[in-house]
Design a protein. Structure first.
Length: 363
């Protein structure tokens, strides 16, 4: 029996629809399992996209040798003539501007946009060293060294810089929004936000939002942000009026990334003093009262395993600050999601480049 072309097409559409429905059902079931599974019961799989970093000092001499703090977006369709399909924002821990790379594929090749996305002069943060009294200067100069490659206490307390971009495509506002931190005063780092129509030219807002290292996510009519060390904030519009909530992690927490799955928040983070410093995972159940949220569990996700991640270097406990030599550490996690596939970006060999891996969580 021969089928008409219409019936063949209908059958194909039906089968395609069933297959798509099956995939959605499987994805939904996996999502439900993730929201119930204890951290200790999760099966975590990591697949590095390359046997090399995607961003590294020799990629472009202008970006320097300290490379950290990634944040990745797919350029929205309203942007005319984008440089590439993806924009990757990152920083020098003590640098004067937010860097920007672009590519058409996640594994590259990546190219550098030399002007970057935002510099100190337009950030509303200090652009010259913070004032310091003679007494305070003497105290800072007398502080012991914290190891090779770690800046002095005086430099850290006074050096103006921009870092920790956390970038979001806000379709509700038709804007690209970037949280970032800088130096507001002596030893005082805080977060501000900047907005852009195209991801290349950002306009900073003067309001101080909270502590440094914001990692923001929307949930039930609010924008929440997890800062260092684990302090949670929330705001109605995600741009102003952030209210400080509880502290959910210990003071040794460094930088974090967040992935929300329904009413559960997966927090990827690293811990100062670990040997080696590595990416960890905890979860937060997003109950009705945000002031009762608590972080639960702790699992290792990724540690240095390859020479380009610093695995061949001596192991020493990490310290809080920038690191300007290659070390056996991975830091600065960031999460990017595309078509239900989750990618983990991270700083390699301390702060010597950026790696990317596909991350799978199963219960």
């Amino acid at each position: 029996m021969r089928l008409s072309r219409r019936r063949v097409l209908q059958a194909g559409l039906t089968l395609g629809g069933l297959a798509a429905t099956s995939r959605l059902t499987a994805a939904s079931a996996a999502l439900r399992a993730q929201t119930r599974c204890l951290v200790g019961d999760l099966n975590i799989e990591i697949r590095r996209l390359l046997d090399a970093p995607i961003i590294y000092p020799d990629l472009d001499g202008g970006i320097g040798t300290n490379i950290q703090g990634p944040s990745l977006i797919e350029v929205p369709d309203w942007v005319p003539r984008p440089l590439g399909r993806y924009y990757l924002y990152f920083a020098d821990h003590k640098g004067s501007y937010i860097r920007l790379a672009f590519a058409d594929e996640l594994d590259g090749p990546w190219s550098i946009h030399p002007p970057g996305a935002l510099d100190l002069d337009r950030s509303h943060f200090l652009a010259t060293p913070a004032p310091v009294s003679d007494e305070e200067r003497a105290r800072l100069e007398a502080a012991p060294s914290r190891g090779e490659g770690v800046p002095s206490a005086l430099f850290t307390a006074t050096q103006p810089h921009l870092a920790s971009p956390d970038v979001h495509v806000r379709r509700d506002r038709r804007q690209i929004v970037m949280y970032y931190h800088g130096l507001e005063g002596l030893s005082l780092q805080r977060t501000r936000v900047a907005t852009s129509p195209d991801g290349l030219r950002f306009t900073a807002r003067p309001e101080l939002l909270g502590r440094s290292y914001f990692r923001a996510f929307p949930y039930r009519g609010y924008w929440y942000a997890l800062s260092m060390p684990g302090v949670i904030y929330r705001s109605r519009d995600g741009l102003s009026g952030f209210e400080e909530g509880p502290t959910l992690f210990e003071p040794t927490m460094r930088h974090a990334a967040v992935l929300r799955r329904r009413n559960r928040l997966f927090v990827f983070w690293s811990n100062v003093g670990d040997n080696p410093e590595r990416i960890l995972l905890s979860t937060i159940e997003l109950s009705d009262d945000w002031r009762n949220w608590t972080a639960e569990g702790q699992r290792e996700v990724l540690r240095p395993e390859w020479a380009w991640e610093g695995a061949e270097l001596p192991r020493d406990p990490s310290v809080r600050d920038a690191i300007n030599i290659r070390v056996n550490q991975v830091r600065d996690p960031a999460i990017y999601v595309e078509n239900d596939r989750v990618y983990l970006l991270y700083s390699v060999a301390g702060e010597a480049g950026i790696g990317i891996a596909e991350l799978t969580l199963r219960c």
